[in-house]
Design a protein around this ligand. Sequence first.
Ligand code: C5P
Length: 231
Amino acid sequence: MSYYALVPAAGSGARMGGETPKQYLPLAGRPLIWHSLATLCAVPAITRVFVVLAPDDRWWPETEMNALGPKLSVLRCGGELRALSVANGLRAMTGMLSDIDNDWVLVHDAARPCLTVAQVENLITEVADDNAGGLLAVPVADTLKRAHDSSRVLETVPREGLWQAQTPQMFRHHLLLDGLDFAPQVTDEASAVEALGLSPRLVMSDVTNLKVTYPLDLQLAEWILANRRAV
Ligand code: C5P
């Protein structure tokens, strides 16, 4: 049984604005995606790190990424939706698995550059004996409102029991592929496994593992990386 990472990085980052996809924007002196990949490559339990690029990606900085070492493999099979990029990546890596029935895949957004090795190791420890798999997440802290138009409240949604899903999300390779075939429109891997009737484990994370979506997130990520020891 082995652990692999799969990093979907075939999005255009439309909400960020600009021409360069967000995974290639500069962050602490490197492309944003470098930080996500460097952390996953540094986890001893992870055998290989697969990154899924758009087939016509022209920003991937070959030389800089080669410095991350031999664990990193590039798959140019990204799809229209995140779920399709992940499913294509899972199929492309099938022949490279050591044990198709038992191997684990940790799917991590390229756009979460502040992930730490300790967070990944905690996820692996908590989920390794759980056949449903699991994900990093944080309990919702704010009061939530559902809107009926862009600026009017329809109702307040009780936050009790609500968690914000993060990545990595860790599942058996074959289970995740079955889930994504069954539910191809999902926005995270756990939803695909839930669609099969399973209940993935929630593993406590923290807000520093943020997803860079808007320009301000980039500044927050920069601050988190610069102050790592203090947060
Ligand atoms: O757009 P969003 O922030 O939800 O994207 C999350 C991750 O999924 C990013 O790393 C992005 O590059 C990736 N993605 C992908 N293929 C798509 C859309 C998003 O690999 N079609």
